[in-house]
Structure formats: C-alpha cells, structure tokens
Design a protein around this ligand. Structure first.
Ligand code: C6P
Length: 423
C-alpha cells in the first residue's frame, strides 16, 4: 500500500561521480513508493520486467481517456488522432534504435514474437537439410527454441558458439563456427542470466564477411546501452517494451527494409492486406504487412513514452550511474564469502547472478521477500547457461536507474542474515 508518508522521498544527493540522481528518478515510479512485507520495497528484478514511470502511465491513460479508436481504419477525427499517435510511436522507436526509417520497425508482442517472426518468415525459407543456424551459449530460451523449431521443420542443425568461465564469448571459436554451412546467426546483445555484453559489432562483422545475416536479441540491452542498428549493420534487432520502462505485451522488431520487403507475412488478417478476394490477396506494404489485426495501440504509445523517457535522461548519465552502481554492488557482494558470482565478464551491465554456498536459491528468494527485497531465483529461462556453469539455478539481482546504493546495502545485509541462519 502506498502511504503519503512513503511518498515523502528523503532528499539525498546523487554520488558525485555521476550526474544522474537515482533518488529523483525513483520518484518517477509510483510502484516503488510502497512497502512490501512491512519494509520499503527494494526492487531488484528489472531484467525480468522493469517498473513504469508516471509519464508512461500518463501516456497510456491519455490515449484511453482522449484518443481511443482503432487505427488505419476510420476517416473520423478520433481514429485519425489514434493513427497519428501510433505512427509517431513507431518514429520514436525508430529513433531509439537508430533505424533510418520508421517502416523498418514492426510492432510485435515482444522479443519472443519478434524472433519467432524472423524464424518463420525469413530463416525457415532459407535453410535446408544440413544447413546451420548459429547461436551463442548464453541465449535465453526465446533465442533457442524458435531456431530448434525451424531445424525440426527443415532439417537444419543448431550450432552453439562457446563461452569462457567468465561468461564471455570465445571469439576465435565463434569465428570457426561460421562456415559455408552457416545460414543465419542469432545472438544476444546482453545476457539476461550473466549480464555479459557481447561484442556484437565484431560478431556481426565476422558473420557479414561470410554473407551470413544476423539477428540481435536486444531485450536486455535496450534499457542500458544506446543502440544504433544502422551503425551496427545488423539485419534484425529485437526489443521488449516492458524491460525498458514501457508496458507489457508490446515490443519491436527492427528489420532491414530490403529484407522485410522480400519476406512473406507472418500472420494473415485485417490491416496486413491491400485487397482480398476468395481467390487472391494482395499484401499491404511494410511494416503493415507484418501487423495483422488490431495492434496494441496504447501499448505502442506507452512504449514510445518509455523510450523518450530514457532518451531524455540521456545514455551518458545512465551508463555512468549504472556502471558505478554495478561496481558498488559487485564489491559489496564480494564481502560475503559464500557468494559465488556466475558471470564475471569484463563487459557487463546490470545483472548480479550468483549462488550462495549451502543455500538453495529459492530459499534465498523467499527470505529476501520477507524483507521487502524482490529478486529472481531460478534458471531465468536460460537453462543451457545454468548447465554450462553446473548450477541448477542462480539468485539474480538486476539493476535499473531507480536503484540506489541503499538498495544494494539492503540486499547485502539480508544475504548476510541468510548466511547467519544457514551457516
Ligand atoms: N527475460 C528475464 O527475467 P519477452 O518475454 O518476449 O519480452 O522477452 C524474452 C527474452 C528474450 N531475450 C532475453 C535476453 C531476455 O532476457 C528475455 C526475457 C526475462 O530474464 C524473463 S524470462
């Protein structure tokens, strides 16, 4: 329950090393102004889903309160306004990911749907018996299972580029896996289970040297790293709104326009057509060809408000602060002897994934919850990476710009309490 007293956010100053004030940012997020199990809520599960700032909630409210109508279908004022708001949202997302044209942005339900779309409408038609699709060892299930389905449908084979004990891609091994048989590469920009930032520019370059198209899963990168698909030169890039302070149920697929134009539709239905008879259908242009049915209009508008919120804060400030916070958290957890960090890459963002010797991660999650701390425990929908590190599950604290050093102190103190009980 949110009380007036809890809304009185203590005036504290941001660390001098950064000009981003997390206490000020935290005030933008109503859900964070509450207690959980009698303690101030410490939300450390933003990699799972992030919280939403008031401006995103307001943008969605405004749409439903003032502009709600279906898009692309009405000649009346309200529908025209709704259409404009939706298409403006597409423009904002294009700017956010550095696409050169709004048509290169397809609104989808999220990263999962974006990857499935590419798997079925691009890759499935380009692979056959014995061809290879290459992923890395640190992929989320959403960037594994869609490729396994394509392999079952076509006889293609899924190959995996290995990582080292720090959780970093082994570039030489990756390069060797790019063979004449490789027809597609799909890689995560940031690992959700380890926090590793992949050297995707180099990885894309190596694949493109062999004319292999590349998809980048940017679900975990978008709230932490500026994305510029035009500079990266990737063929597809995916983002999920809900991980970058926007609503659930919406996300974006960036695709190179020439590729999107050549691809068949993913789903059939309203709005993706120009004309239909019982004998023949002419498909609409990109991006509408891929947006069958009434889309998540309010979601796209909220998604764009979230992207603009990040852009207004500025990636320079955001990166400096998050770097400082991750460093603080890493040092803080290192003071607990039983903590074993899983994922110690030199290039890392936002994620602290670890095990506590002698305690099951789920027990830790339950005890921390009683102290108002929300973290995720489990395999994080990345079971192969758990196998790689020989653990069934980890405890994962994931950070965002609204987290403070006090949140980290609360986490470390609670973990120490857990160890008092289990030692
Ligand atoms: N990871 C986590 O707790 P969707 O659900 O489609 O928005 O995103 C799927 C997805 C794809 N790739 C990566 C790298 C991800 O981290 C996720 C979602 C959440 O880590 C929920 S399992």
């Amino acid at each position: 329950m949110v009380t007036a007293a809890m809304k009185q956010v203590k005036m504290k100053t941001a660390s001098p090393a950064s000009s981003l004030d997390p206490y000020r940012i935290k005030q933008d997020f109503p859900v964070l102004q509450q207690q959980s199990n009698g303690r101030p809520l410490v939300y450390l599960d933003s990699a799972n889903t992030s919280q939403k700032p008031q401006c995103v909630i307001d943008a969605i409210n405004k749409f439903y309160a003032h502009d709600n109508a279906n898009i692309h279908r009405g000649v009346y004022d309200l529908s025209i306004r709704a259409t404009k708001a939706y298409e403006n949202a597409r423009g904002t997302i294009a700017k956010f990911v550095g696409a050169s044209r709004p048509e290169e942005i397809i609104f989808v339900r999220g990263t999962t749907e974006a990857i499935n779309l590419v798997a079925q409408t691009f890759v499935r038609n380009r692979v056959g018996q014995g061809d290879e699709i290459l992923v890395t060892a640190m992929e989320h299930h959403s960037n594994i299972v869609p490729w396994q389905i394509v392999c079952q449908q076509t006889g293609a084979v899924l190959k995996v580029a290995p990582i080292n004990d720090a959780g970093e891609i082994i570039l030489d091994a990756y390069r060797e896996k790019l063979t004449a048989k490789t027809k597609f590469v799909a890689m995560t920009h940031v690992s959700n289970a380890l926090g590793t930032v992949n050297p995707i520019a180099k990885m894309i370059e190596l694949a493109h040297e062999k004319d292999i198209p590349v998809l980048v899963d940017g679900a975990q990168a978008a709230p932490h790293i500026p994305i510029n698909v035009s500079e990266l030169g990737c063929d597809f890039y995916t983002v999920s709104s809900h991980k970058m302070f926007g609503p659930t149920g919406v996300g974006a697929l960036y695709g190179r326009l020439d590729l999107l134009n050549a691809m068949p539709p993913y789903q059939g239905g309203g709005d993706m057509i120009l004309s239909v008879t019982f004998e023949h259908t002419t498909y609409n242009e990109v991006p509408y060809k891929f947006e069958a049915g009434t889309p998540h209009i309010a979601g796209a508008i909220g998604f764009a408000a979230a992207a603009q919120y990040i852009l207004d804060i500025g990636f320079d400030k955001l990166i400096a602060y998050e770097h400082e916070l991750l460093d603080y958290a890493t040092k803080s957890l290192a003071t607990i002897p039983e903590v074993r960090m899983i994922g110690t890459a030199a290039e890392k963002v936002s994620v602290l994934s670890f095990v506590l010797d002698g305690v099951h991660p789920h027990d830790v999650g339950t005890i921390l919850d009683q102290q108002g701390i929300a973290i995720r425990t489990g395999h994080h929908c990345a079971q192969p990476i758990m196998d790689r590190f020989d653990v069934p599950a980890t405890i994962r604290a994931s950070l965002a710009i609204y987290n403070t050093k006090e949140d980290i102190d609360a986490l470390a103190a609670s973990l120490k309490n857990v160890m008092e009980v289990f030692r």
